[in-house]
Design a protein around this ligand. Structure first.
Ligand SMILES: Nc1nc2c(ncn2[C@@H]2O[C@H](COP(=O)(O)OP(=O)(O)OP(=O)(O)O)[C@@H](O)[C@H]2O)c(=O)[nH]1
Ligand SMILES: [Mg+2]
Length: 337
């Protein structure tokens, strides 16, 4: 198996140099000492606390004190845009909220219209599909650099393992130095098997081997970590499409979950990323990370509208337990308080 080093390196150099707006932390340290766990499990309220103090506090202020006049509605629109809802969507929300003439007042109108933007959600918590009982469910995790893919994999794996699933991790980020060690250190902590190749190996080959191992061991779920990549890099997106084809080849009829990990602090640029990853791999769900670190949680509305792919999890911190099932009604409730 050969690795076309020249082409790949050129791509990644271009990625690092050319598009500086997307964060690419240089090899974040391997989490040897993980953040301390506490017994309390995270909630949606933890995730939106910063947004409540941020754009939502401003929205409450405007809606409570302002008369429902032109100026107030303009300020509402501006505030929604500042909260990452997006200009077009903010305009729609305001015009619908205005024409509702909600008996609960303008705030109730805005709340109802924002709520309408989110699909009512699946019944029950997310579980990866497993069409053939003798074959594992497959979860492919993709996204741009540093969004929280590997950390989210650890969180999801821990969740599934605690529910009794046998989980295998596949270290298909063969590019970034220390990526495999990072995943290995999570695997050790969580006591889960990991399938890895040497640095620079073909990521699809890692996936193929992980699926083989999972079938041989009768594992329930394989979760595949991939290298962060810019959505504008054709060759790198093609590499993901190849991983998809490898899964289809090794497990015909499998219906992999393809989770796009979106850093909530990225703002509206996240929409363009999500669209490109959707086109290359067919996303089935979104993991919205670092919701705890943004005061602009309105990106949730924008992404659901643009893609029609549900947000399934929210990352609300760095601990392994900082993952909450995304429930649209609960999100709006937590946001409005
Ligand atoms: N506050 C907060 N930090 C997070 C969350 N999820 C991940 N992080 C942090 O984000 C940083 C990057 O996380 P990684 O999991 O390494 O990201 P990645 O997408 O795998 O990165 P690459 O493999 O380099 O593309 C780490 O410092 C994580 O602890 C979250 O929900 N909240
Ligand atoms: Mg990673």
């Amino acid at each position: 198996m050969f690795w076309r080093r020249g082409a790949r390196e050129a791509d990644l150099e271009g990625q690092a140099a050319g598009e500086a707006s997307v964060p690419r932390p240089d090899d974040p340290p391997v989490p040897t000492s993980a953040p301390p766990e506490d017994a309390r499990s995270a909630s949606m309220a933890d995730g939106v606390a910063a947004s409540r103090r941020g754009f939502m506090a401003r929205l409450h202020g405007i809606l409570r004190t302002g008369a429902a006049d032109e100026e107030t509605w303009e300020q509402v629109e501006e505030t929604l845009i500042a909260g990452d809802v997006g200009a077009r969507l903010a305009m729609d929300v305001v015009s619908r909220a205005r024409s509702r003439r909600d008996p609960g007042g303008p705030e109730a109108g805005v709340r109802a219209e924002l709520g309408r933007l989110l699909p009512s959600g699946a019944s029950g918590p997310w579980r990866p599909a497993r069409p053939h009982p003798e074959e594992p469910a497959v979860v492919l995790v993709v996204g741009v650099n540093g969004t929280g893919k590997t950390t989210s994999i650890a969180k999801i794996a821990a969740r599934l393992a605690s529910e009794g699933d046998s989980v295998i991790l596949a270290a298909a980020d063969t590019f970034r130095a220390a990526a495999t060690e990072q995943l290995q250190s999570w695997a050790d902590r969580l006591d889960l098997p990991l399938i890895a190749h040497k640095a620079g190996a073909d990521p699809s080959a890692v996936v193929f081997d992980a699926l083989d191992a999972a079938v041989a061991r009768g594992a329930d779920v394989v979760i595949v970590d991939t290298a962060g990549r810019l959505h504008t890099r054709h060759n790198l997106m093609e590499e993901l499409a190849k991983i998809r084809r490898t899964i289809d080849k090794r497990l015909p009829g499998a219906t992999p979950e393809v989770l796009f990990v979106l850093d909530a602090t990225t703002g509206q640029n996240g929409l363009a990323q999500a669209m490109a990853f959707h086109a290359a791999t067919g996303l089935t769900g979104i993991v919205l990370t670092k919701l705890d670190s943004t005061a602009k949680g309105g990106i949730v509305f924008a992404i659901e509208q643009a893609l029609g792919v549900p947000v399934v999890f929210a990352g609300v911190g760095e601990r392994v337990s900082d993952l909450v099932d995304f429930d649209p009604a609960g999100f709006v409730e937590a946001l409005f308080g």
